[in-house]
Design a binder for this molecule. Structure first.
Ligand code: BES
Ligand code: MN
Ligand code: ZN
Length: 496
């Protein structure tokens, strides 16, 4: 895995850093530089022959959040001025600014890896954490394809560098960003390298490194126990399906969170073959599985006091002579029969198997994460994920965690009428309905596999899990790691 820069806290930037990042913020109708040390400001004013803020303005610098401009600094140093937005900064404003600044720095011409100081007046622990996460996430690269050496070390400048709260914020930021990066790399790995068996191997490695328990069901074990969803969906591929469980059970935990991730390592649509345009990005259809596994490793690393069990439901959805057909009736794990309405609605089938398995242990809350429906992308666009739950208390718990983590979720309903559309003449349930409200129908389907007595939330990350466009803020092209931060924040919130 490509390595992230090393991050530290400092009360003043080292004089010899290669790149100094400062902010430009909006306040009372004017723009002010934030974080530029007094002596640097004086020296720059002398060198430029006028106030640095004027030079920034002439070069097109703006206080708009995450706009960046490059200036020559002192003594061969380079200065990046990044827009913070309103001076009353939120953690997310700083996260975005830090991400944009690090992307700009990583693209600089250089002979060797760069050292960088990020000076944005971060004081509050949440803002420090935002700066750390933004900087690391903005530094992320899947492969060293740019030919640029990039940034090797980041000093986050804060007057609170020695405070325990600040150090804690640094550690949490590093653990979270590391988990997001791990999820991104799994998503970015092409499906000829990352398939159910190899992904399961990777998960086992990651779990063992984090001292977590791990169990893998191979195709024989899946058959023996009757995981009819995974077997049907994975049946068309020569790469056989897997179910992986990763467990974290610290002493004294009072709450059990179960996480279930959709892990379709490639979704061709099966016999309901996707058109070429829609298929190209489908190596990302395992993003939910990547998120839940990355999240449990970060939660364990931080020693959060709650029990977490994460399931990755892994299969490759391929058309072939052994593929499952539209109208096939499958018996899922636990015995529910399902009529397959469309072989491209594969995610809900593998999730149903895993949800039934996950709820056998009676967790207090189960959350599934999935790139489940194109309909959710139509409803909410490419940057906002859908959140569905059976009760608003659970929805609010997740929405609050998402807000704290700086991820965009919007609640969609699971209306009663949606379940009615899933009646089948030949099975307990049909997997698909008409084209209206597809995200809600999918949620209604999943809901059938979680007992009413267990709280449940469903995150449809089909839009934001993968960015097929240019990078922005701290979001790269390709896998984004969407939902990892929310899950980690949620675990912290629950454990208190
Ligand atoms: N993996 C797709 C959903 C998806 C679409 C994710 C676009 C990311 C971007 C999923 O398996 C799928 O194909 N869903 C179908 C369901 C339909 C057949 C009921 C869809 O959304 O069209
Ligand atoms: Mn599909
Ligand atoms: Zn899919």
């Amino acid at each position: 895995m490509p390595s992230l820069p090393v991050v530290s806290l400092t009360s003043a930037p080292a004089k010899d850093v290669d790149v100094l990042v400062v902010g430009l913020a909006q306040t009372a109708g004017t723009e002010v530089l934030v974080g530029l040390p007094d002596e640097s400001a004086t020296a720059l004013a002398k060198a430029f022959g006028r106030p640095p803020a004027d030079v920034v303005r002439d070069l097109g610098g703006s206080a708009k959040n995450a706009d960046t401009v490059l200036l020559p600094g002192l003594a061969g140093q380079r200065l990046i001025v990044v827009g913070l937005g309103d001076i009353d900064v939120s953690p997310e404003q700083v996260r975005r600014a830090a991400g944009a600044a690090l992307r700009a720095a990583s693209a600089l011409k250089a002979e060797r890896p760069l050292t960088l100081a990020l000076s944005l007046d971060a004081i509050e622990p949440q803002v420090i954490k935002g700066a750390v996460e933004g900087a690391l996430l903005g530094s992320y690269r899947y492969r060293e394809t740019t030919g640029k050496p990039g940034v090797a070390s980041i000093q986050v400048v804060t007057t609170h560098a020695r405070k325990p709260e600040a150090r804690h914020a640094l550690d949490l930021g590093v653990a979270t960003a590391t988990a997001v990066s791990r999820a991104r790399t799994w998503v970015n790995t092409p499906a000829n390298d990352l398939y159910p068996e190899s992904f399961a191997d990777e998960i086992v490695k990651a779990a063992k490194a984090a001292k977590l328990s791990v169990d893998v069901w191979d195709e024989k074990a899946l058959e023996k126990e009757g995981f009819g969803g995974l077997l049907a969906v994975g049946g068309g591929s020569s790469r056989k399906p897997r179910l992986v469980r990763v467990g974290y059970a610290p002493r004294g935990a009072k709450f059990h969170l179960a996480l279930v991730g959709k892990g379709i390592t490639f979704d061709t649509g099966g016999l309901n073959l996707k058109p070429a345009d829609g298929m190209y990005t489908m190596k990302s259809d395992m993003s939910g599985a990547a998120s839940v596994i990355a999240a449990v490793t970060a939660i364990a690393e931080a020693g959060v006091k709650l029990k977490v069990t994460a399931f990755a439901a892994l299969a490759e959805n391929m058309p072939s002579g052994t593929a499952y057909r539209p109208s096939d009736v499958l018996t899922l794990y636990g015995g529910t029969s399902v009529e397959n309405g469309n072989s491209d609605a594969e995610g809900r089938l593998v999730l149903a198997d895993a949800l039934v398995k996950a709820t056998e242990d009676r967790p207090d809350l189960v959350i599934d994460v999935a790139t489940l429906t194109g309909a959710c992308v139509v409803a909410l666009g490419e940057r906002v994920a859908g959140l569905m739950a059976r009760d608003d208390e659970t929805a609010d718990l997740v929405l609050d965690a998402a807000e704290a983590a700086g991820e965009l979720f919007w609640q969609l309903p699971v209306p009663e009428e949606a379940r009615g559309k899933l009646d089948s003449k030949v099975a307990d349930l049909r997997s698909t309905a008409d084209r209206w409200g597809g995200a809600l129908t999918a949620a209604a389907f999943l809901s059938e596999f979680v007992p009413e007595s267990i709280s449940w939330a469903h995150l449809d990350i089909a839009g934001p899990a993968f960015n097929p466009h240019e990078p922005y803020h701290y979001v790269p092209s390709g896998g984004t790691g969407m939902s990892v931060r929310t899950l980690v924040a949620l675990a912290h919130a629950i454990a208190g």
